[in-house]
Ligand binder design. Sequence first.
Ligand SMILES: [Zn+2]
Length: 59
Amino acid sequence: MAFDKKLLDIVACPVCKGKLEYDKVAQKLVCKADKLAYPITEGIPVLLENRAEPLTETV
Ligand SMILES: [Zn+2]
């Protein structure tokens, strides 16, 4: 099941409540402000701070 980009209008970063960006290649939602990447599992974004991975590369 693919991630629905319409969800981008609904979801927000749980840390800063900011907008998230969809990384199609990595299948993650990225918060540039916090430099965190949230995984997407079976089309469902996992917006939990303790599940987020730190971004290592600058986008
Ligand atoms: Zn954030």
